[in-house]
Design a protein around this ligand. Structure first.
Ligand SMILES: [Fe+2]
Length: 296
């Protein structure tokens, strides 16, 4: 684990230009498994939006309220009419600002970076008991989506703590990905032939799962299920204050969200080939460890 998982930046506005040195530092830190940390980069919550900062905004079934910019629709919200419109406005504004930030900070990615879902996380993490350990993000894990195969592509996420009463969002950041993967890879079973094709055919997955997706999901589940690992794995605790923003490859950096309430998150997807150093991606690390190709 690096001495400090955080790479700090001073920016306090979303559209400020970054120097070439900042841009270089950002891409190297990110791909190397660190968390870019903007202590003073807050999301301006409007007066009308402040009313939406309530766990009651959620339909209580979903962990998050999400907005798919492709479909233009909000999922997981309980409010309708003007409440839903307010949530949509808040999330699409966040989508716009995070896109601006990453274009300025990571110009090397701009052409290949795809903006995916935006989410609003209204629940207090501490004390919330998910139905399955697989969904318990208070446990150390690297992100892998059961129904959305990435086929090797990267998951880059921007988070902002928008807690109105100043409460920090506490994370644990775990060991480097190759150490994490080495620990669980020997127990990962090969995918059953034909299953990925059937799951895609019946709409269980959005597109066909590659062996990479299969391995990433197994690492995710095995890490969360391993009580001893969860107790003993090395980690750094970080309290992100209200009004701060952080950017991280969540498929590369083992992390756990321990406590906190009210955050916005924007997901971006990036092909491995668009990285400055593709060999640092989970896909290439896993292929080296497994000794075979996992996604084409
Ligand atoms: Fe996660």
């Amino acid at each position: 684990m690096p001495m400090n998982a955080l790479e700090p930046f001073k920016a306090s506005a979303w559209d400020l230009p970054f120097t070439a040195a900042d841009q270089r530092c950002a891409i190297e830190a990110l791909e190397g498994g660190r968390v870019l940390y903007f202590e003073h980069l807050a999301f301006p919550v409007g007066d009308g939006e402040r009313r939406m900062l309530s766990a009651a905004s959620s339909d209580q079934k979903a962990k998050n309220i999400s907005f798919d910019p492709g479909a233009g629709a909000v999922k997981g919200a309980r409010t309708q009419g003007s409440g839903e419109a307010r949530l949509l406005a808040m999330m699409s504004r966040y989508a716009g600002l995070t896109g601006t930030l990453l274009r300025g900070l990571l110009p090397h990615y701009t052409r290949a970076l795809k903006q995916a879902r935006t989410s609003f996380r209204p629940h207090e993490i501490e004390g919330r008991q998910p139905k399955s350990y697989r969904k318990d993000d208070r446990l150390l894990h690297a992100d892998a989506f059961p129904s959305r195969p990435m086929r090797g592509a990267r998951i880059l996420r921007v988070f902002t703590n928008i807690n109105p009463s100043g409460k920090p969002r506490v994370w644990h950041v775990g060991e480097p990905f190759d150490t994490f993967a080495r620990r669980f890879l020997p127990d990962v079973r090969r995918a059953i032939p034909g299953v990925a094709r059937l799951e895609a055919m019946f709409g269980i997955t959005k597109g066909r799962r590659t062996e990479y997706d299969h391995v990433m999901l197994q690492l995710h589940d095995r890490a969360k299920r391993d009580a001893r690992y969860q107790r003993e794995a090395p980690r750094q605790e970080i309290a992100f204050p209200a009004g701060s923003t952080w950017v991280v490859f969540t498929d590369l950096v083992p992390h756990a969200a321990i406590k906190g309430q009210f955050a916005l998150e924007q997901t971006f997807e990036l092909p491995v080939a668009a990285q400055l150093r593709p060999e640092l991606s989970p896909l290439r690390i896993l292929e080296r460890l497994a000794g075979r190709t996992l996604a084409v």
